[in-house]
Design a protein around this ligand. Structure first.
Ligand code: SAM
Ligand code: DTB
Ligand code: SF4
Length: 346
């Protein structure tokens, strides 16, 4: 048994990564079964609460104003609209609602609306997640006070490759926000993207940075680059599916207790690739046919895949300090979600 305070070395991680595939999958699946029900999947739904016009220059992103992207810049959407979307997501089975904004960082004047969004979504009995860019101590404290469960802030790639992808902020800035979030007691969601021209070593180093944090993230999204028109990475080469599966398995072994999410890029993944990812220890996805600006598989495709594999969608935990989900929903609104609960394999 490995001591939680021990750091993983590059040699150890590389050796695991390079195992024959079935040995690697066996190791990852064994560890997965020690910490999770292998037939259960956590799902989150994403909503873009502020789209486009971002000041950062992330080379992969359709929302950067510096990428020559044609996506128009919108304002932060109203709280009521966010809550209506959240209610819809809850009624179709979502247990975690993630709100994403195309910002370098939020402004002080945005905080009251963000706080109201977190409070409103929690009242519906869902977990909350936000991804808003960099945060200062005051903002972290306000979100914590509102009851925010998770903060998503990806390191995206290795420290070495980071400046090839983003120049308007540093890898250290990213770690700085992650440590503020952790110190405040908000759960950390942090991962990255494969397919931006990085080496295999960069991918392993990215996971090592996360696994060797003083406390590893509770949630690790692994995105497959979705090349966006007009961005510098529009013509990036696709990632080999088996290389993707190896990274998922390595994430599971290095971070045994984390939810490992197959995030962006599932529209281009076969059922077989996704099944291998779940076998390698992935146990979370985004559900709903939209991510932030890009497509995600239709819910019916995911439901069919889960049924084929005999996977169940995890039920929502009751948020700390709250009773039952909001009482105000009408009887008609409280439909049993089609994709939740026990489902026998087809
Ligand atoms: N602006 C905030 C930030 O950068 O932290 C939050 C939103 S940002 C879109 C969230 C994450 O989405 C990025 O860190 C990146 O990992 C992922 N992402 C963005 N565009 C992507 C793409 N085209 N393909 C795959 N992942 C992408
Ligand atoms: C994460 O790692 N992936 C999500 C979420 N965190 C915010 C975002 C994926 C974005 C994909 C491209 C788009 O929708 O614009
Ligand atoms: Fe802005 Fe986030 Fe896109 Fe970077 S990834 S350009 S910070 S929205």
């Amino acid at each position: 048994m490995r001591d939680a305070a021990e750091r993983w070395s590059r040699d150890e991680a590389q050796a695991l990564h390079d195992l024959p595939l079935f040995d690697l999958l066996y190791r990852a699946q064994t560890i997965h079964r020690e910490h999770f029900d292998p037939n259960e999947i956590q799902t989150s739904t994403l909503l873009s609460i502020k789209t486009g016009g971002c000041a950062e220059d992330c080379a992969y992103c359709s929302q950067s104003a510096r990428n020559g992207s044609k996506l128009p810049a919108a304002k932060l959407i109203e709280v009521e609209r966010v809550l209506a979307e959240a209610r819809r997501a809850r009624d179709s089975g979502a247990t975690r609602f993630c709100m994403g904004a195309a910002w370098r960082e939020p402004k002080a004047r945005d905080m009251p609306a963000l706080v109201a969004m977190v409070e409103g979504v929690r009242e519906m009995g869902m977990e909350t997640c936000m991804t808003l860019g960099m945060l200062d101590d005051t903002q972290v404290a306000q979100l914590r006070e509102a009851g925010l469960d998770y903060y998503n802030h990806n390191i995206d790639t290795s420290e070495r490759y980071y400046p090839e992808v983003i120049t308007t902020r540093t890898f250290a800035d990213r770690l700085d926000t992650l440590s503020r979030v952790r110190e405040a007691g908000i759960k950390v969601c942090s991962g990255g993207i494969l397919g931006m021209g990085e080496t295999g070593g960069d991918r392993i180093d990215m996971l090592l940075t996360l696994a060797n944090l003083p406390e590893p993230p509770e949630s690790v999204p692994i995105n497959m680059l979705m090349p966006q028109p007009d961005t510098p990475l529009a013509a990036a080469e696709p990632v080999d599916p088996i290389a993707f599966v190896r990274l998922i398995a390595l994430a599971r072994i290095l971070m045994p207790r984390a939810y490992v999410r197959i995030s962006a890029g599932r529209t281009d993944m076969s059922d077989e690739t996704q099944a291998l990812c779940f076998m390698a220890g992935a146990n979370s996805i985004f559900s709903g046919d939209r991510l932030l600006t890009a497509d995600n598989p239709e819910e019916s495709r995911d439901a069919a895949l889960f049924a084929k594999l005999g996977l169940r969608v995890q039920a929502a935990p009751v948020p700390e300090g709250r009773g039952a989900p909001e009482a105000e929903a009408s009887a008609e609104e409280k439909v049993t979600p089609a994709c939740c609960g026990d489902r026998a394999p087809a």
